[in-house]
Design a protein around this ligand. Structure first.
Ligand SMILES: Nc1ncnc2c1ncn2[C@@H]1O[C@H](COP(=O)(O)OP(=O)(O)OP(=O)(O)O)[C@@H](O)[C@H]1O
Length: 325
């Protein structure tokens, strides 16, 4: 793994043609079908920036996150952290660079452990510091995420949803990572608490120079804190650009549909109906050509035949995969 003093121009996190294929229904005498959960994803996240990753349920966001966290092995492609490949890196080195914050603080915290044990566990697992040093770092980190000192002795069940997500954030920060993968970190929270957690994430980013990949189906949440946005459909990135480009002048019909659905007034109700009629196609049997064509209001014959490449939009520092964008 890279030293923490990598050059400022090197992206903190780079995904190069990352793919994950699952085999379904294989047996002794049966070959099984393949499902491309993530296909040929390439992204660069500069140090200190927030990349939003958006798309409907089942488009591959969590599978992508698991590959970045070393929880799933890519079928193809590479992940570079500070310019160095993650492949072959040991878990200890990885944990010092990349940490996750997951959606559900209710199920991701062990209900039988005290908060101090939960937050300090990564230090213990990786043999960092004496027990006194670990306790001091836990106390300091609880402060940083805005939890009272007394929370250290409490159990998750004694805390509110927002406080539990602060615990999950403290557990991620205790290793002082450079990159945090936030997988729907506010989806399980009340709307009023969501804003507090998002503001906390922004403050922590500034304080520790963190780089975030922020995964969400909720575009309103993403708009609040990202620098760039990548839009994913059926395992592929279909559009990527700055926050202003994606929210101000989206080019891909799917991005437009997602933005339209974000305007429907039912925040916090889970994945929106994006108003495109047919549900997302079966990823183990994707449509020919552009995978979005059966739902696309602008589809033409070419879209059924040829898959558009994700190409640079001239002079715009953005990319789109659509024949007619
Ligand atoms: N272990 C697995 N084996 C087989 N298929 C899988 C596996 N994990 C995920 N998939 C499939 O890969 C596709 C992408 O799933 P993934 O969970 O990454 O999507 P997602 O965008 O994170 O969805 P959600 O927001 O609902 O979590 C889905 O079709 C899913 O059923």
């Amino acid at each position: 793994m890279a030293p923490r003093t990598a050059r400022a121009s090197t992206p903190a996190l780079e995904l190069c043609g990352l793919s994950k294929t699952f085999t379904l229904g294989a047996g002794l005498f049966k070959r099984g079908r393949t499902l491309g959960a993530v296909s040929d994803v390439s992204l660069r996240i500069p140090r200190g920036q927030v990349m939003g990753l958006v798309g409907e349920s089942g488009c591959g966001k969590s599978t992508l996150a698991k590959m970045l966290l070393g929880l799933t092995t890519p079928s193809d492609g590479d992940v570079l952290v500070d310019g160095k490949p993650l492949r072959g890196a040991n878990q200890k080195a990885l944990a010092r660079h990349i940490q996750p914050i997951f959606q559900d603080p209710y199920s991701s915290l062990n209900p039988r452990k005290r908060i101090a044990q939960i937050v300090g566990l990564p230090l213990q697992v990786h043999g960092i510091g004496t027990s006194r040093e670990r306790a001091a770092r836990v106390a300091e980190t609880l402060d940083v995420v805005g939890l009272p000192r007394r929370a250290a002795d409490q159990f998750p069940g004694q805390l509110s949803g927002g406080q539990r997500q602060r615990v999950a954030i403290a557990r991620a920060l205790i290793m002082r990572p450079d990159i945090v993968i936030c997988d729907e970190p506010t989806s399980a929270l009340d709307v009023s608490v969501q804003a507090q957690i998002l503001n906390l994430l922004l403050d922590l980013k500034a304080e520790f120079g963190l780089t975030y990949l922020f995964i969400s189906h909720d575009l309103a949440v993403v708009e609040h804190l990202v620098d760039r946005v990548a839009v994913m459909y059926l395992g592929r990135i279909v559009e990527e650009g700055t926050r202003e480009q994606i929210f101000g002048s989206p080019r891909h019909p799917y991005t437009r549909a997602l933005l339209d659905s974000a305007l429907t007034p039912e925040p916090g109700l889970g994945v929106p109906d994006i108003g495109l009629g047919d549900a997302m196609p079966d990823p183990s049997d994707p449509p020919s050509g552009c995978a979005f064509h059966p739902r696309c209001p602008k589809a033409q014959a070419l879209c059924r035949q040829t898959r558009p490449r994700l190409e640079d939009i001239q002079g715009d520092n953005a990319r789109v995969a659509c024949h007619f964008a």
